[in-house]
Write a protein that binds this ligand. Structure first.
Ligand SMILES: [Zn+2]
Length: 170
């Protein structure tokens, strides 16, 4: 499972925006996908690494006849700590322990995770997604938060970051 520290090593510190443009992109969702999944926005601001896996996952949803299960789109990019670790991150950053702080950053901070159907798949709640729907994303290279000890049923994140996509910081 990739963590904030892996993302930090690959892309840098999301609290300083100097290199965000090197790995983030506005992806125009293909019209045929939007037409089939109305819950999706027409463009998604995400990590470049997400474009292919997202397109494959959405096509899986369409081809497997599961578009009705796709009810709400709840976002991708947001720089923030993992819920519950806000104070920890603040303290670590204040004392200059950047790498330790990154461990507790949500990987939404680097645009490599998405949330879907949040209203019925809240953090720590029993997820309401079908196995088939979850598999659309797992088959496309995502890990599902609904399998975690602290269940996060709305959450899908990339399973790995390709070597080639990493930004090497000065
Ligand atoms: Zn999430």
């Amino acid at each position: 499972m990739i963590t904030g520290l892996d993302c930090f090593d690959a892309f840098g510190d999301p609290n300083t925006v100097w290199d965000e443009g090197l790995y983030m992109v506005v992806w125009d969702v293909p019209k045929y996908i939007d037409d089939c999944i109305p819950a999706l926005p027409s463009r998604i601001y995400c990590n470049k690494e997400m474009i292919v896996p997202l397109e494959v996952a959405f096509l899986n949803v369409i081809n497997r006849g599961l578009t009705e299960e796709f009810k709400t789109w709840d976002g991708c990019f947001q720089v923030r700590p993992i819920r519950g670790y806000e104070t920890t991150v603040k303290k670590l950053l204040a004392s200059g322990q950047i790498e330790k702080a990154m461990v507790y950053m949500s990987i939404h901070s680097w645009g490599v995770a998405i949330d879907i159907n949040a209203f019925e798949n809240g953090l720590g709640k029993e997820p309401k997604m079908s196995k088939e729907f979850v598999e659309c994303f797992e088959d496309a290279g995502f890990e599902w938060g609904g399998n975690w000890k602290r269940k996060d049923g709305m959450h899908f994140q990339l399973t790995y970051i390709r070597e080639e996509s990493k930004i090497y910081r000065p």
